[in-house]
Design a protein around this ligand. Structure first.
Ligand SMILES: Nc1nc2c(ncn2[C@@H]2O[C@H](COP(=O)(O)OP(=O)(O)OP(=O)(O)O)[C@@H](O)[C@H]2O)c(=O)[nH]1
Ligand SMILES: [Mg+2]
Length: 440
């Protein structure tokens, strides 16, 4: 579905959204503001097929332990639910199992928090076996501390949002069975990961640098992927359109080559169960040589989104990877180009302004990427038995040969290679007991 406001169909569940702002900024977790967060909750709800029909906001001074929001607000919310004929309440926070249970009992409708809503969207979107296993694992981990009679009763009554996904049949079973299922899922995921590892190792044997597209959900990563490589990746004005990573070869204008990975987007308060379960998918990001951090320049909270993405990158161990900041959607941007200056970050190796949709700025971006790859190249002086024509041919194909000399049955070659290829050459030559001396 295209366009900013998505229609969700006549039979959509009706939801009351609950936004929480904090009286003192210090209580709030750093990130996007309460208003934008609520707008995001609205989009998440629609993406999950739920129609937001009313909103209740509260500025809290102190969190009420039992219900998160205060007793007065709970009463107001109950009236709002009745007036709006809502079947579900979506709270823009992550609730503890007890808070969720108490609110459910008091309101007598389903109460979902932000994590559960995001998990539900992921569940509806998972396509690959690995994606499905990862989402189910995250759902079960989330559900385990919440499995009570009240919960299963309501989910049996409710169905719909919050009960979707591969884990859905598990809702009615007991903790022991859920724990068993978690153990089984972890085992199956390990198997699937081994296959992915094999693919990754195959790719590692390719000497090209790997570039990962990262960024907030809906920033335009897949659009950029398609603009760069004609990959035909699904692009949608929905959150979390992409769950499974796609890898494509990228031929740069000056002759360099790279692999590009498009992967899952990040969001404010991404459920930690998801990060945990998507470890192997996110491994693609962790192993990349260069990150293109795609930013939606039309978002009023673009800079906060940048910070949120950086925090997730830190969390998955990719915080120090060289990164280019790519401000996208410049065709529709509200930011003046002068605002497009990123804070000084040690790992920031460039900033670009593009429109992945119109293609403007993409050539400059590619030039920037190519220059970065060239700068990264290592100079190697290699001595080989001249008879090893295969290795010489390999160097000619995948490295930049600067000079070569043949003498006494030996080939002496100087080449500029990617760091990855330097490692491969060292390994091959060690096996052959040949010499190599980096002079960079
Ligand atoms: N105006 C404008 N819209 C864009 C541009 N690039 C992407 N979009 C739109 O932004 C929306 C999201 O694009 P995607 O490429 O699916 O974003 P993504 O980052 O892959 O999103 P997820 O996979 O959900 O994380 C789509 O509606 C795109 O058409 C751009 O340069 N300009
Ligand atoms: Mg995508």
């Amino acid at each position: 579905m295209k366009g900013g406001t998505q229609s969700v169909g006549p039979q959509a569940e009706r939801a009351v959204l609950v936004g929480v702002a904090y009286a003192s900024r210090r209580d709030a977790e750093p990130g996007i503001g309460a208003e934008e967060s609520l707008r995001e909750l609205d989009r998440l709800a629609r993406t999950a097929g739920v129609e937001p029909v009313a909103t209740v906001s509260q500025t809290v001074r102190r969190i009420t332990p039992a219900t998160y929001i205060g007793a007065g607000k709970v009463a107001e919310l109950k009236d709002e639910v009745a007036a709006a004929h809502a079947g579900v309440v979506l709270v823009d926070e992550n609730l503890s199992p007890a808070q969720q249970r108490n609110l459910t009992e008091k309101l007598n409708v389903k109460v979902l928090d932000r994590s559960q809503l995001i998990l539900d969207i992921f569940a509806g979107r998972a396509r690959s076996l690995e994606g499905k296993l990862q989402v189910e694992l995250a759902q079960l981990e989330y559900m385990l501390p919440r499995l009570t009679r009240a919960w299963t009763h309501l989910s049996r009554l409710g169905g719909g949002v919050g009960t979707r996904g591969p884990g859905e049949t598990q809702l009615e079973v007991d903790r022991r069975r859920v724990r068993e299922r978690i153990v089984r899922l972890r085992g199956r995921l390990r198997q699937v990961e081994r296959t992915r590892d094999l693919h990754r190792r195959e790719r590692a044997s390719v000497p090209y640098v790997t570039i990962a597209l990262v960024g907030y959900t809906n920033a335009g990563k897949s659009t950029l992927m398609n603009a760069l490589t004609n990959a035909g990746v699904l692009v949608e004005d929905k959150l979390f359109a992409t769950l499974d990573p796609t890898v494509r070869r990228l031929d740069l204008p000056g002759g360099e080559r790279a692999l590009v990975v498009d992967t899952v987007g990040f969001i404010h308060r991404l459920p930690h169960q998801l990060i945990e379960a998507f470890k192997s998918t996110l491994e693609e990001v962790r192993r990349a040589d260069l990150l293109l951090h795609v930013v939606d320049a039309t978002s009023p909270e673009a800079e906060e989104q940048v910070q949120i993405v950086e925090r997730v990158l830190d969390e998955i161990g990719a915080g120090a990877t060289p990164t280019m900041l790519v401000w996208n959607k410049m065709d529709a941007a509200i930011h003046a180009p002068s605002r497009i200056v990123a804070a000084e970050r040690a790992h920031l190796v460039g900033t670009h302004a593009i429109s992945a949709m119109t293609g403007s700025g993409v050539t400059d971006l590619l030039d920037g990427v190519e220059r970065w790859i060239e700068r990264e190249r290592v100079r190697l002086d290699i001595a080989l038995p001249a008879a090893r024509g295969d290795l010489v041919a390999w160097l000619h194909r995948d490295a930049r040969v600067v000079s070569e000399r043949y003498e006494d049955g030996r080939a002496e070659i100087t080449a500029l290679v990617t760091p990855k290829m330097a490692a491969q050459i060292r390994k091959r030559l060690r096996e052959l007991a040949c010499s190599i001396s980096p002079t960079s």
